[in-house]
Design a protein around this ligand. Structure first.
Ligand code: GLA
Length: 684
């Protein structure tokens, strides 16, 4: 049974590792947490050897003493099951639990996440430790919930141990029943891959061309990994539900080859995420124009929200980051930690825990800083946490009941995400277009949601939005197309990019004109197509009825042919041998419109379409903001809360044509208002 009230109360907290510190520090640590306004700690997710120092011998004394002190200070506790880090006695005695790389290298003790999900022994031992911990803490007055494992599929999301090959074979037998069906689904007739015995079937293994497996097999591999991860997590979730039914259950994502939506629906009360906004600063493409940097986390938070409308940030960045062998992140500047905390909250977080209370003095993460430094003396990050704690002590309860509000959604689905990892003819485009749309929207202060199209997606889910952008759904099932047709018929606007609808769910190319299942909805066919990126000069597009350029026929061009009278050619190609041919079309379909954009979107082209559609910020009537400031809206029956987040180090000028109150300070704001560098206000 889901605990629907699990996130009803707003909480701020911190990750704490009592096992890393002299016991003499614990009480002072917990007392100071309370002084800062923190009310919850997460513990134990890597402490298996402490709970079970030898196989079958259990010890709870250390954590009992720590939890008693936490409780004495009024703190609540989230307990992590410790299965992300198997003990040395375990991996030594049962080496079959270890994960193996694609190239056959066994991964050993010394780091974390070196186990596989298929080993029955690992499942058995994980179940035992989970049950022991659940029994022990089920009635503890401080414990409120559980985190299963830690970051499923982080570090590595591929598994090639002997047990994984066996489990994959069983998964395929359940899915296909017969080898004929498997051979058909995997197109095994090509290059003589036909299987005549199940013993011949494996997960993809090294081939003469590095990592060039059969594409249909590669797609099934991802689906298997996802199902296998969920079934591993389910062992623990079931035990926790049975033994500690009053506690809630979550886990922290978001990582590859895992249908986190399904895992959340089937196993969890809500989803959790670990937010390190500087990852977006570090890993962006260095040639990218106008990178979003730390604001890029808002895009990921939209995905988290699509899994769980309100969620927890189990780890919020609170200092510079780095491992001993990885120099990752600079120190957050004054105000940035506060900005990132409100970024998480603005996007739906109802509980935020900083990672971590104090920087570790030993181990791989001695440079991954917490709020407190090694020396444990008050510092500026501790003071900043205290400011946030004081603000949320009064603002938190108003925020907790609200939900993020958006009228436009960017669509994705797992099949295309996973197929696109290997298929470079559409995979890279999805990320490019998604980002382009997100940037174009957020810089116009138009909040957007992410929506994953799944087998259970309903018309009602879609009708919450005026506009849906589904950039490159190469795999398009007839059922999905029918749902989108219904949405459009009833007045919705749907926008596709190139490479839509040419594959079925096995990843076979359809023998029908593109965009396949979406052809009727779009009223066009793709006459011809070509790759552009890296192969030829960029082409250009012009809006019809004039010479105005439509910026960006990027990366790939579908040359369109109009099939239906209801289609308007809104732009045409203006260069190369297909100059004059339709590039962008709009089909009036029922009460709505279906757009087909024959290329990959960039920020400028997404922006031009937004303007053609007349989409504006929901606060445009009373608020003018510079583009550095993000607008996010959370609302409930009592009305909207407008979060304004300044990602720039420079101050920003806002113009409020209506007086509003800042929930964080209680001040009334109107007219021209200066928002300091990295500043945040929440207007109600
Ligand atoms: C992840 C993990 C933490 C820690 C941090 C910093 O989010 O869950 O245990 O390793 O990263 O590296």
């Amino acid at each position: 049974m889901k605990q629907t009230d699990a996130l009803k109360e707003f909480r701020l907290g911190v990750c704490y590792y009592p096992e890393h510190w002299p016991e003499a520090l614990w009480e002072d640590d917990f007392r100071r947490m309370r002084e800062l306004g923190l009310s919850v700690v997460r513990v134990a997710e890597f402490a298996w050897s402490i709970f079970e120092p030898k196989e079958g011998v259990f010890s709870f004394e250390l954590f009992d003493r720590a939890l008693e002190l936490a409780h004495k200070q009024g703190l609540k506790v989230i307990v992590g099951t410790p299965t992300a880090t198997p003990p040395a006695w375990l991996t030594h005695k049962y080496p079959e639990v270890l994960n193996v790389t694609h190239n056959g290298v066994t991964l050993h003790h010394g780091s974390r996440r070196h186990y596989n999900y298929s080993s029955q022994k690992y499942r058995e031992l994980s179940a035992i430790i989970t049950r022991q911990m659940a029994e022990h803490y089920k009635n503890h007055p401080a414990v409120i919930g559980w985190q299963i494992d830690n970051e499923f599929n982080c570090e590595i999301s591929e598994f090639y141990a002997p047990a994984d090959h066996d489990a994959f074979r069983i998964w395929l037998q359940e899915k296909y029943g017969t080898l004929e069906k498997l051979n058909e689904a995997w197109g095994a007739v090509f290059w003589n891959q036909t299987y005549s015995d199940w013993e011949q079937v494996f997960l993809p293994r090294p081939t003469p061309v590095h990592k060039q497996p059969n594409p249909h097999q590669a797609l099934d591999e991802k689906r298997f990994i996802s199902d296998n991860t969920i079934s591993f997590a389910k062992v623990q979730a079931d035990i926790l539900r049975e033994v500690a039914p009053d506690h809630w259950v979550t886990t922290n994502g978001l990582f590859g080859h895992l249908d986190s939506h399904r895992m959340n629906d089937e196993l969890l009360d809500f989803f959790s995420y670990d937010s390190y906004p500087q990852f977006s600063t570090i890993f962006y493409d260095k040639n990218e124009e106008n990178p979003l940097a730390d604001r890029g986390s808002s895009q990921t938070l939209g995905t988290i929200r699509s899994i769980s409308p309100n969620f927890t940030i189990m780890e919020q960045q609170s200092g510079p980051g780095g491992w001993v062998n990885k120099m990752d992140m600079p120190s957050p500047k004054p105000g940035q930690m506060r900005l990132w905390t409100y970024q998480s909250i603005a996007h739906g977080a109802n509980m935020v825990l900083y990672f971590r209370w104090r920087t570790a003095t030993v181990g791989n993460e001695i440079y991954w800083h917490g709020i407190n430094d090694y020396h444990n003396r008050p510092n500026r990050r501790v003071r900043e946490a205290g400011q946030i704690g004081a603000e949320l002590a009064h603002a938190g309860s108003r925020i907790a009941g609200t939900r993020y509000k958006a009228e436009i959604a960017l669509l994705s689905d797992y099949d295309n995400d996973w197929d696109g990892e290997y298929d470079v003819w559409h995979g890279p485009f999805a990320w490019q277009s998604d980002k382009a749309w997100f940037k174009a929207l957020t810089r116009r202060h138009i909040p957007s949601d992410k929506l994953y199209v799944r087998s259970g997606t309903t018309l009602e889910d879609l009708k919450r939005y005026k506009v849906l952008v589904y950039p490159h759904p190469a795999i398009m099932r007839d059922e999905t197309a029918a749902l989108l047709e219904q949405y459009t018929r009833e007045g919705g606007i749907v926008i596709f990019g190139c490479r839509t609808g040419y594959k079925d769910e096995r990843g076979h190319c359809y023998m029908r004109p593109f965009p396949g299942a979406a052809a009727g909805l779009c009223g066009i066919s793709v006459e011809e197509f070509t790759l552009i990126k890296g192969t030829r000069a960029a082409t250009s597009m012009k809006w019809s009825g004039g010479e105005e350029a439509l910026t960006g026929a990027d990366s790939f061009n579908d040359i369109l042919f109009v099939e239906s009278d209801s289609v308007e050619v809104v732009a045409h190609y203006a260069s190369d041998y297909y100059a004059g041919k339709p590039a962008v079309t709009k089909n009036v379909f029922g009460e709505g419109e279906a757009w087909y954009f024959g290329a990959v979107f960039n920020e400028a082209s997404a922006g031009q379409i937004i303007e053609r559609l007349g989409l504006v910020s929901p606060a445009a009537g009373w608020l003018t903001l510079p583009k550095e400031v993000e607008l996010a809206i959370r609302e409930d029956e009592a009305g909207p809360l407008h979060f304004l987040l300044n990602y720039s180090e420079q101050s920003a000028e806002l113009t409020l044509r209506e007086a509003k109150t800042d929930l964080l300070t209680g001040k009334t704001l109107s007219g021209t208002v200066t928002l300091e560098g990295y500043g945040v206000v929440v207007l109600s």
